[in-house]
Design a protein around this ligand. Structure first.
Ligand code: ZN
Length: 134
């Protein structure tokens, strides 16, 4: 597979609105987009640094994976997302190598990217997301 860079770092927050002062005003990352992804139970603000994005994640309800994460570990870095050229090939190669996947098939995530998560059990404790540009 071909990894082309770090697409974004996902950060779990109790609520994201009030965080824009830090990211947008103080750090000056003005390229910001917002999205609600109901299927994943999250609301997201994405700040594009120009080389990798910061994805702030807020749970839409208590069943959201972000709510469960915050209840267990508190707010903080939730996952690292790597950009791949071809996610279908990447998932096939990972399966072949015996890597435990959360998503066996790619699904549509924020910004229309095709995404899939790799289980932290196979990555040294880090939730890793793969993303292919739409
Ligand atoms: Zn992500």
């Amino acid at each position: 597979m071909k990894i082309t860079g770090i697409e974004h770092v996902g950060i779990a927050q109790v609520e994201i609105e009030s965080k824009s002062d830090f990211w947008q005003t103080i750090l000056g990352i003005t390229d910001k987009s917002s999205e609600v992804i109901s299927e994943q139970g999250v609301k997201t603000d994405i700040y594009d640094t120009g080389q990798g994005k910061i994805e702030l994640l807020e749970a839409l309800d208590e069943n959201s994976p972000i709510a469960r994460y915050i209840n267990k570990k508190g707010p903080g870095i939730h996952h690292i997302c790597l950009a791949v050229e071809d996610i279908t090939t990447a998932l096939a190669e990972l399966k072949e190598a015996g890597i435990e996947l959360i998503d066996n098939e790619p699904r549509v995530g924020a910004e229309g990217f095709l995404i899939a998560f790799i289980h932290p059990r196979s990555t040294g404790g880090i939730l890793v997301e793969l993303a292919q540009k739409p």
